[in-house]
Design a protein around this ligand. Structure first.
Ligand code: LHQ
Length: 257
C-alpha cells in the first residue's frame, strides 16, 4: 500500500516509519502524500488509539529531499500541494500522536515532529532548523508550533542561527518531552504509546481540541468551547468507568468510547 513509509497497527497503536533511510528519510512528494494518507487511515481506524511517527535507520527526517529541488520549483506551491495538506491532516487528528525522534530532525522533518503532540528523543536525536542554511524560511507550520513551545526569542535563535539542538537541550528548553536511553529506546517508546492507547481516547481528542482553541479563540468563546467539550466527555463510557472505578477503589479500564 505504501512505498516511502512503513505502516502497521498493533495493540491499538499505529506505527508509522518514514522509510527512505539512505536519504535520512528526506521528503519527496510521494512521502508527503503517504504520511497524510496513513494519518487519515489511522484517524478513522477504530482500533487505533495512539499514533507513533518515527524514522528508519539513523535519522528521523532530514526535511525536503534537496536533490528534487531545482529552479523550476515553486516552493510556495509545493507547500500548498504537499506539506500543508500533510500537516493539516495531523492537526485534524484527535488521537494522540507521538514523534519518536530517533535521530536528526531537520527542516521540514523538524516541522513534522513539532506538529505531533509529544516528542520523545533518543540520545542520538537532534533538531535543526536547517532552512536558513539553504536560504529558506521555516515552513510546514514550524514557527507556529515552535513559538508556542519555546517562545519568540528561542524560536528566532533556532531559526536564524540554525544551530543544532541536542537531545538533552531539547528537553531542557521544553521542545521535547522525554529523553530516552539508547538501550531502552524501543521498549520505552512502546510503553509510552501503550499508556496513551489505554487512556480515555475521546477525552484526549477533546483536550487536543481545547489546546487548539487556546490559540484560536477569544476567552469567552474558549469557555463555551470548553463547556461543549466537557458535555461530550461527560457522556462517554470512559467517564462513567473512571467514576465507577474511583468509587470501587480499583484501576479503571478505559475502552476509548
Ligand atoms: C539528503 C538530505 C536532504 C537529500 C541528507 N536531501 N539528501 C519545502 C518546500 C520546498 C522546497 C524546499 O524545502 C522545503 C522544506 C525543507 O525541508 S528545506 C530544508 C531541507 N533540509 C536540509 O536542508 C537538511 C539537509 N541535510 C543536512 O543538513 C544533513 O544531512 C543533516 C544535518 C540532516 C545530517 O547530517 P549528517 O548526519 O552529517 O549526514 P549527511 O549530511 O552525511 O547525510 C547522509 C546522506 O543523506 C548524504 O548522502 P550521501 O550519498 O553523501 O551519503 C546526504 O546527501 C543525504 N541527505 N539530507 N535533505
Amino acid at each position: 500500500m505504501f512505498e516511502t513509509i512503513r505502516y502497521d497497527v498493533k495493540d491499538g497503536i499505529a506505527w508509522l516509519y518514514l522509510n527512505r533511510p539512505e536519504k535520512l528519510n528526506a521528503f519527496i512528494a510521494q512521502m508527503n502524500r503517504e504520511v497524510k494518507d496513513a494519518i487519515k487511515v489511522a484517524t478513522f481506524d477504530e482500533q487505533v488509539r495512539c499514533i507513533v511517527i518515527s524514522g528508519e535507520g539513523r535519522a528521523f527526517c532530514s526535511g525536503q529531499d534537496l536533490a528534487e529541488v531545482d529552479e523550476n520549483m515553486d516552493h510556495g506551491q509545493v507547500l500548498r500541494d504537499h506539506y500543508g495538506p500533510m500537516i493539516k491532516q495531523i492537526r485534524q487528528c484527535e488521537k494522540p500522536i507521538v514523534a519518536a525522534v530517533n535521530g536528526v530532525a531537520a527542516g521540514a522533518g523538524f516541522s513534522l515532529a513539532l506538529a505531533c503532540d509529544f516528542r520523545l528523543v533518543s540520545e542520538r536525536a537532534s533538531f535543526l532548523n536547517a532552512f536558513i542554511h539553504v536560504g529558506l524560511i521555516p515552513d510546514s507550520g514550524n514557527l507556529y508550533y515552535l513559538t508556542q513551545l519555546v517562545g519568540q526569542s528561542k524560536a528566532a535563535e533556532l531559526s536564524i542561527l540554525g544551530e543544532k539542538v541536542t537531545a538533552a537541550d531539547s528537553v531542557a528548553m521544553g521542545l521535547a518531552n522525554r529523553l530516552i536511553q539508547l538501550e531502552t529506546w524501543e521498549e520505552d517508546v512502546a510503553a509510552f504509546a501503550a499508556n496513551l492507547a489505554a487512556l480515555p481516547t475521546k477525552a484526549i481528542g477533546l483536550i487536543k481540541r481545547s489546546l487548539k482553541a487556546v490559540a484560536e479563540l477569544s476567552f469567552e468563546d474558549y469557555l463555551e468551547q470548553e463547556a461543549q467539550g466537557q458535555r461530550i466527555a461527560g457522556l462517554t463510557n470512559d467517564h462513567r468507568e473512571g467514576v465507577r472505578a474511583f468509587m470501587e477503589k480499583r484501576k479503571p479500564v478505559f475502552s476509548g468510547k
